[in-house]
Design a protein. Structure first.
Length: 136
């Protein structure tokens, strides 16, 4: 295990706060859907359920970030390949199939799609905590 620097622990904490806030918004919307909408019960229940699922998945991502902040443990992976399309929300894929992503954006130089990289990422969140290093 590699320690996560204080700078990236702070960045992960800020991302976790952002995700927690987003989760709270989804939960609020779920409550509004259930309690305030004057739609049939099935429509209200479906809307509330879908918004609650969204809130739970965002809260889970925030919790993984908090775990990385508290424990400060990072893993090093080799053979990571940048994704051709960034629309999936992930930035690199490891040979194991796990995805790793930037904190919020790429603060480092653009990666070459044909190259492979050694990456250092949070143990739980899978967020990059050091610049990707090109492999030979």
């Amino acid at each position: 295990m590699t320690p996560i620097s204080a700078r990236f622990r702070l960045a992960l904490a800020m991302k976790a706060v952002l995700l927690s806030s987003l989760s709270a918004v989804f939960l609020g919307l779920a409550w509004v859907a259930w309690a305030k909408w004057h739609w049939p019960l099935l429509a209200r229940g479906s809307g509330a359920l879908l918004l609650s699922i969204a809130a739970g998945s965002v809260a889970r991502a925030a919790g993984l970030g908090v775990a990385d902040v508290v424990l400060g443990q990072a893993l090093v992976g080799t053979g990571a390949k940048p994704l051709k399309s960034r629309r999936s929300g992930y930035s690199l894929r490891l040979p194991s199939g796990r995805f790793v992503e930037y904190v919020l954006f790429n603060p480092w130089p653009t990666l070459s799609a044909e190259a492979t990289y050694t990456v250092t990422y949070g143990r739980f969140s899978g967020v990059l905590v050091a610049p990707p290093q090109p492999e030979q």
